[in-house]
Design a protein. Structure first.
Length: 147
């Protein structure tokens, strides 16, 4: 009587266990980390018919390994090569496009904002509190000058 209620569970476990073990063994052989995508960060200057010079990411000039995918109703959409979209986005975000061809020396950091941020972090003041204290200090300084 002791094993009778457990027989269906045992039978199910014995039926499922080999498939589960096989699945786990197969998954353990899978690659868990993908290599980082490598692509060229270079840009090429192209002169258009009107004499206008445009920068084009070198990656966008290469053919895509996956040429296209199917969208609705059999319509095929071309894919961009890896790295092309990243470089196009960077091209739209830079202040001066010439920086992508040749970088420039960055200027000195602005000390005042960094100092204020550090002071707020250290002292725990918020901006309005700082303004109030500064105005009080200024009022006291003006009062002392008038005496």
């Amino acid at each position: 009587m002791g094993l009778e209620p457990m027989r269906p569970r045992l039978a199910l476990w014995l039926a499922v266990w080999p498939a589960t073990a096989l699945s786990l063994a197969m998954l353990s052989g899978c690659q868990t980390h993908l290599a980082p995508a490598t692509y060229s960060p270079d840009y090429q200057a192209l002169t258009r018919a009107g004499g206008r010079v445009e920068l084009i990411p070198v990656e966008c000039l290469k053919p895509s390994p996956e040429y296209q995918f199917e969208a609705d109703e059999g319509h095929r959409v071309p894919l961009l090569p890896p790295g092309c979209a990243n470089n196009l986005t960077l091209l739209q975000m830079v202040e001066q496009r010439s920086d992508l061809m040749q970088g420039r020396v960055s200027g000195p950091t602005m000390a005042a904002p960094v100092g204020r941020a550090a002071q707020v972090y250290i002292d725990g003041y918020d901006r309005e509190e700082l303004r109030r204290r500064e105005s009080q200090q200024q009022a006291q300084a003006d009062k002392q000058e008038n005496q």
